[in-house]
Design a protein around this ligand. Structure first.
Ligand code: HEM
Length: 138
């Protein structure tokens, strides 16, 4: 009987010491960290020789702010996104698959540079990947 109580005690202690899971937006550095990552990503993609074409004339600070809130929300953060849905936001841009791929690979590099771990990085990219079909037209 003592052994049973002891093992129950050990099991419950083990359960308590389990680290509570950190929400994804926190693993990305919170709203400020996300803003930095998105800012660097969009600045680079906007300067890209081919993928940069759609950013001509776009007010970058406003876009960075809007995309940051969107990403924060996708990552379960408390941010409020008030922009268009992904279909409407990209409808007039005629985005190609290759342009989407540039965005993803630059984002991947900036997540690495910010020190975001592989699990959090891959989880964010996994959540963003399905929107490819809402944005890409050719
Ligand atoms: C995972 C990928 C992407 C996400 C999460 C994303 C997200 C967003 C969001 C949230 C907006 C703002 C909508 C608004 O404020 O109403 C936006 C607009 C925009 N996106 Fe994306 N986007 C992605 C991919 C791309 C790609 C691949 C390009 C081009 C290479 C691109 C170019 C733009 C441009 C130019 C705008 C501004 C359009 C305008 O102001 O008329 N996006 N995007």
């Amino acid at each position: 009987m003592h052994r049973l109580i002891l093992s129950l005690l050990i099991a419950s202690l083990a359960a308590c010491s389990h680290t509570p899971s950190v929400p994804l937006y926190r693993q990305l550095g919170g709203p400020d960290g996300i803003q930095d990552i998105v800012g660097r990503t969009l600045t680079r993609v906007a300067q890209h020789p081919t993928a940069g074409r759609t950013f001509k004339g776009v007010k970058m600070p406003f876009l960075v702010d809007s995309v940051s809130k969107y990403v924060c929300k996708v990552a379960d953060g408390p941010c409020v996104y008030e922009g268009e849905n992904m279909v409407r936001a990209h409808a007039d841009l005629g985005l190609q698959g290759s342009e989407f791929d540039v965005m993803v690979s630059v984002l991947r590099e900036e997540l690495d540079r910010a020190g975001v771990g592989d699990a959090a990085k891959n989880e964010l990219l996994r959540r963003l990947a399905p929107s490819r079909r809402d944005m890409v037209q050719r």
